[in-house]
Design a protein around this ligand. Structure first.
Ligand code: ZN
Length: 427
């Protein structure tokens, strides 16, 4: 049984508002919230002075690499990185080896997540082997509790198959999450197609490779009534398409990754593959559009697209290196500071909005008595310098190495248990 815990002296920020309050936790749940709570003798105290106390963060887009690529990350190490980043739940992407396209592999990942430093919820593949040819057993996976389906890494190219998948998903009450990329338009590209691809002589991916699939899937969602979530949107055109769809009443949801609102295509002039990512880093105008989309609610969530890769793989020449960046340990400070939003609006993008999209009832809810105690305690003023050697991820490919960030997770509480105390992982 979990010992009683008092999170003392912080400012609670959640969907209902902001207030100075202590939070008393007992047996995995919030027992009391109020000013100066007298805790029973023997209660463990976590100091939250100067900190925000918020519902735990939820990442809609984490690559944990297990099964199959355990040298790059495991469920255990990825979950630890997540907890250190303030997350109490992550959605594990199914592009593992083998992919999560069957109940057996989904059960395996769920099993690996038991006892991890955060909850791990596998997403299922939309198609068998993520090959885009034949639907995966969505009903069987949904029966296990899988709520998000995606072929992430690639988009479903066949519009007729995507239509059927959306119809099926609608009947099952689950959501399809699309990696929007037209494979023919993107073929052979390694960076954003524009000024820097021409100056550096690197083959580019046009913004339109993303936008044509965004437009197509918005149309298919309208046709079928299926629930659609758009992963890692990166272009001004994509943001405009989603904004227009929502203005017409579409129930679509969409996310953006921190690297798409903090970094631009110019960084690839170093030819350092740490800046290679899919979708690629875009122009300053795209960055501004993604920021505006997050600010006005066009984009619903910040998701990390945490994508660990072996050092050797990321030391290959730019055109041979795999795309992807670490993100779990840096997303919260980047979102709190760089978007210049009120803290509650920034936290909505990281906690309660993604929790709702993922269908996770135990996360993101207001900090009130009776709720499961999944909490993030972050010091918004703490400064730290990102060091790739000191991240909990098994991989090192952070594009923020050496960068000074403001805002650091102090404690993370998972079902009443402190899994991070004073910035140190406890699991
Ligand atoms: Zn993707």
């Amino acid at each position: 049984m979990a010992a009683d815990l008092l999170v003392a002296g912080g400012e609670v920020i959640d969907e209902v508002g902001r207030r100075r309050a202590d939070v008393l936790v007992s047996e995995g749940a919030i027992k009391a919230v109020g000013e100066r709570i007298e805790a029973p003798r023997g209660t463990r105290r976590l100091d939250a002075g100067g900190c925000f106390v918020t519902p735990g963060l939820v990442d809609l887009h984490t690559h944990l690499r297990q099964p199959g690529m355990e040298e790059a990350e495991t469920v255990e190490t990825g979950a630890r990185a997540a907890a250190l980043g303030g997350y109490t739940a992550v959605v594990a992407m199914p592009n593992t080896d083998p992919p999560i396209d069957s109940a057996g592999v989904a059960r395996e990942v769920m099993g690996l997540g038991v006892g991890a430093a955060c909850e791990v919820h596998p997403a299922g593949a939309i198609t068998v082997g993520r090959r885009g040819e034949q639907l995966a057993p969505l009903a069987e996976l949904a029966a296990l509790g899988v709520r998000l389906f995606t072929d992430d890494g690639t988009g479903v190219q066949d519009a007729r198959l995507m239509r059927r998948a959306l119809e099926y998903a609608s009947a099952l009450g689950v959501t399809l999450a699309q990696h929007c990329e037209d494979a023919d338009l993107a073929a052979g590209g390694h960076v954003h197609e524009g000024e820097w691809s021409s100056r550096l002589g690197l083959p580019g991916v046009p913004a339109e490779a993303e936008e044509v699939m965004v437009a197509r899937d918005l149309a298919l969602a309208r046709l079928t009534g299926g629930r659609l979530h758009l992963l890692h949107l990166s272009t001004a055109g994509s943001v405009a398409l989603v904004r227009a769809a929502k203005a017409e009443g579409s129930g679509v949801t969409a996310e953006a990754a921190p690297h798409h609102f903090t970094l631009t295509a110019e960084l690839v002039r170093s030819y350092d593959p740490v800046f290679k990512v899919n979708p690629p880093l875009r122009t300053p105008a795209d960055v501004a559009a993604v920021r505006a989309g997050l600010a006005d609610g066009t984009l619903d969530a910040v998701a990390t697209d945490h994508a660990p890769h072996l050092r050797e793989a990321k030391e290959a020449p730019f055109d041979e290196a795999p795309p992807g960046m670490l993100g779990l340990e840096t997303a919260l400070p980047l979102t709190l500071r760089e978007l210049r939003l009120p803290p509650r609006d920034a936290l909505a993008l990281l906690s309660w909005r993604p929790a709702r999209i993922a269908g996770l009832a135990d996360h993101g809810k207001p900090v009130l008595p009776g709720r499961p105690a999944n909490l993030c305690v972050v010091d918004p003023r703490a400064k730290w310098v990102v060091s790739s050697e000191h991240l909990a991820s098994r991989s090192r490919n952070t594009p923020y190495a050496g960068r000074s960030l403001t805002g650091r997770v102090r404690h993370t509480v998972l079902h009443g248990e402190p899994v991070v105390i004073d910035g140190e992982a406890q699991r």
